[in-house]
Design a protein around this ligand. Structure first.
Ligand code: HEM
Length: 508
């Protein structure tokens, strides 16, 4: 049988199944259980045709019509879209345990062995152990602190390179510069080496990020998966093999170099920590020692680290810089705070950061309008449940639309579209998932464990760039002319790079 005949048969079969499923579920739910309102789904594709290239915006508009708990079919996947702080609290706090699952995605199955990392492992004892282990050994407050010399050194190189551009009267590609410094910092923190070291693994990491961020039809219409219509399965298999081989080399080097390697740098990188724990029980209290840390665990966690930290931190900084250059009033306010706390005779130190309260408000405001993970990471229900009177079946996908929540006029008043950091002045809204009006790092059991690492890096880079330099848009561009188009993928970055012209402002 030719592959086109097979495709046709599969599509026919899928259409029949979809009709049967829709007919059955509509009838059953009409009589017995009330499901959340939502647009009527088509066979096979469900509501996929309605979400377009910017799904967070399309779902925001649909939620305005159907409400903050809305039901859509993404292909064959029943999905609940949550779009208000009250609703988010129901899903991520009140019923957190039921919604702490993650869907099985084709790419993460290959990239993280099944998955054996933190991000996509299913909610249960394995995830609990590996997450505790991750938080304790890799991203604890003391470990984040121990990387301060790496941040200091790399941010100083960034300032040096921008200073040269300023002296030459040149415009700087801020998106590229920020992306580069984050790659170097995070690579040194994770692997103990930078991207520019002996092996050039940047193209490989880029390929992994592109695959992970791509819209994968196989995840939504599983009966089409064997055809691999987008070629993603082939790409992810190849990239996973190359990545795992590369990570094996890094682990080998860490094992061989042992203490000599550690003496060369003033901190212990993530692979050092993980290698020192190889072949030990993941949970020392586990009497049967059923989970022993092996290479696959380490490699899966390395993949998670790269995927969870590179793009997120870069995108968050890029949006904050964009808002600052197009709001000279706010930029000036930040520089006045920096002058007061730091003074123009020296650069910013990490110890200054906690005194920069206006900077904190700016970052909150930037996250409100530009959450880097607009849907968080998809959650999945682990049993049938009724929430706010709506029946939600087991294995429903849960999308929390934080982009929509940040623009809700009922919560943020009529100026919700405006960038006004002062709105955070007299309230205690924080990032930590306690106040559901602002949850850029998620909340509850699956909330981001790397928040401190991400935030410290962000704060230092933004503070340093605005302390050392004044910035203006190139070629006489007016602030309101700056393109702010978004591009949806693994995170939600700017569609086009941000360019600005620096002028050095420190004394000496
Ligand atoms: C500004 C930077 C960052 C932002 C905005 C961010 C945001 C997020 C968000 C929204 C989630 C999903 C929460 C949910 O599904 O409810 C998440 C999960 C996660 N993040 Fe971050 N993140 C950042 C940096 C980092 C860093 C630096 C690391 C580690 C090196 C990290 C590690 C993780 C992990 C492992 C998870 C999965 C947690 C789980 O499933 O249990 N993140 N992050």
């Amino acid at each position: 049988m030719s592959s086109s005949t097979l495709a046709l048969l599969l599509i026919l079969f899928g259409t029949l199944c979809s009709f049967f499923y829709l007919f059955r579920s509509r009838n059953r739910h009409k009589n017995v259980r009330k499901t959340p309102p939502g647009p009527f789904p088509l066979p096979i594709i469900g509501n996929l045709h309605m979400i377009g290239k910017l799904p967070h915006q399309a779902l925001h508009h649909l939620a305005e019509r159907y409400g903050p708990i809305m039901s859509v079919m993404l292909g064959h996947v029943p999905t609940i879209v949550v779009s208000s702080p009250e609703a988010a609290e129901l899903f991520l706090k009140t019923h957190d345990a039921v919604f702490a699952g993650r869907p099985k995605l084709q790419t993460s199955e290959y990239l993280t062995y099944g998955p054996k990392g933190v991000v996509f492992s299913e909610y249960g004892p394995y995830w609990r152990t590996v997450r505790k282990w991750f938080s304790l050994h890799l991203v604890s407050a003391s470990r984040v602190e121990s990387f301060a010399p790496v941040r200091k050194q790399e941010v100083a190189s960034l300032v040096e390179s921008v200073r040269k551009a300023a002296e030459g009267g040149k415009t700087v590609d801020l998106s590229r510069q920020v992306g580069k410094v984050i790659e170097v910092i995070m690579s040194r923190v994770i692997f103990g080496r930078s991207m520019d070291d002996q092996i050039d693994f940047k193209p490989l990491i880029e390929e992994v990020m592109n695959i992970a961020g791509a819209f994968n039809l196989s995840d939504f219409v599983p009966f089409l998966a064997p055809l691999d219509l987008q070629g993603l399965a082939r790409r992810v298999k190849r990239a996973s093999k190359d990545l795992h081989e590369f990570f094996d080399k890094i682990i080998d080097q860490h094992e061989q170099q042992g203490t000599k390697h550690k003496e060369q740098k003033p901190y212990t990188d993530f692979v050092d920590v993980m290698v020192s724990l190889l072949d030990t029980p993941m949970n020392p209290k586990d009497k049967e020692q059923s989970s022993i840390i092996d290479r696959r665990n380490i490699k899966a966690i390395m993949v998670d680290m790269v995927a969870a930290s590179f793009d997120t931190t870069t995108t968050a900084i890029e949006w904050t810089l964009s808002e600052l250059v197009r709001h000279p009033r706010v930029m000036l306010g930040l520089q006045q705070e920096l002058d007061r706390v730091v003074g123009r005779n020296r650069m910013v130190e990490e110890s200054d950061l906690q005194k920069l309260t206006y900077l904190d408000m700016i970052i909150k405001e930037s996250f409100r309008l530009h959450p880097v993970a607009p849907f968080l990471i998809p959650h999945e229900s682990t049993e049938d449940i009724t929430v706010d009177g709506y029946f939600i079946p087991n294995k429903s996908r849960i999308i929390v639309n934080t982009w929509s929540m940040g623009r809700d006029h009922k919560v943020w008043s009529d100026d919700a579209e405006e960038f006004l950091p002062e709105r955070f002045e007299d309230n205690k809204i924080d990032f930590g998932g306690h106040d559901f009006r602002l949850i850029p790092f998620g909340a509850g059991r699956r909330g981001c464990p790397g928040m401190q690492l991400g935030l410290t890096t962000m704060r230092l880079i933004i503070a340093q760039l605005f302390h050392c330099f004044d910035w203006e848009l190139p070629d006489g561009m007016l602030p309101n002319e700056l393109d702010m188009t978004e591009k949806f993928g693994l995170s939600l970055p700017r569609a086009n790079h941000l360019f600005a012209k620096p002028t050095y402002r420190l004394v000496g």
